[in-house]
Design a protein around this ligand. Structure first.
Ligand code: SF4
Length: 209
């Protein structure tokens, strides 16, 4: 059975369908937001959807997404191509709600743990050659804790849920964050995007055009 065999594609479709029905976290606000069930060697991990993603029915549907897709477009794949060719996962797939102190609530450890089972299943199915965690919360699921400036701009060889893979972390593209717009973040982001553009798994996605 090859990676893209009908059986495996059906398993991935079934996985995403089951994920969309998940209601395991009482504090989380649905609907569950998933990317398209695309078989890909590149796995992108966001943090959690915001208020706009649920109604839109897709991850990175608002301003942060515009920035993220602009970053990728400079390296050969526009938004539709990314959505069609990159498996888009997240630390948590439901909107955590607002934090009374401002911004979105950070998912609780038990919520992250519950949703991790879906991520682990996706890694087992896809066996990605390249993982792109976006933002601190996502990076922390894949690499040991470290400041952004120590991890962005490099390729990390890692074992993620038992699968050996390259990891290229990205900062969160939120407009509320200045990290990627000021130094050293600006230069480190440019380095990270260059590394993504040159990675064989990403180049393979570009050739799939
Ligand atoms: S956050 Fe994840 S585990 Fe929790 S209800 Fe949503 S999909 Fe299920």
């Amino acid at each position: 059975m090859t990676n893209r065999s009908p059986n495996r594609l059906r398993v991935l479709d079934d996985h995403v369908a089951a994920l969309r029905e998940c209601r395991r976290c009482p504090q989380m606000i649905g609907p569950v937001v998933t990317g398209r069930p695309v078989w890909s060697e590149v796995l992108l991990i966001g943090q959690a959807p915001g208020t706009h993603e649920g109604p839109a029915g897709k991850p990175f549907a608002w301003t942060a997404g515009k920035t993220l897709f602009r970053w990728f477009a400079a390296h050969g794949l526009d938004e539709e191509a990314v959505r069609d060719r990159v498996y888009m996962a997240a630390v948590c797939r439901c909107f955590p709600g607002k934090d009374p102190k401002g911004g979105d609530r950070v998912p609780a450890p038990d919520e992250i743990e519950r949703c991790r089972t879906y991520l682990a299943a996706e890694v087992a199915l896809l066996r990605p050659r390249l993982v792109l965690p976006v933002g601190k919360l996502a990076i922390a699921q894949v690499l040991p804790a470290a400041p952004l400036a120590d991890v962005v701009g490099r390729v990390h060889a890692a074992t993620f849920h038992g699968v050996a893979t390259d990891v290229i972390p990205l900062p969160h593209p939120s407009g509320a964050s200045t990290w990627h717009r000021t130094e050293p973040g600006k230069t480190l982001l440019a380095q990270a995007l260059e590394l993504i553009g040159r990675h064989p798994a990403w180049r393979g996605l570009r050739r799939a055009a």
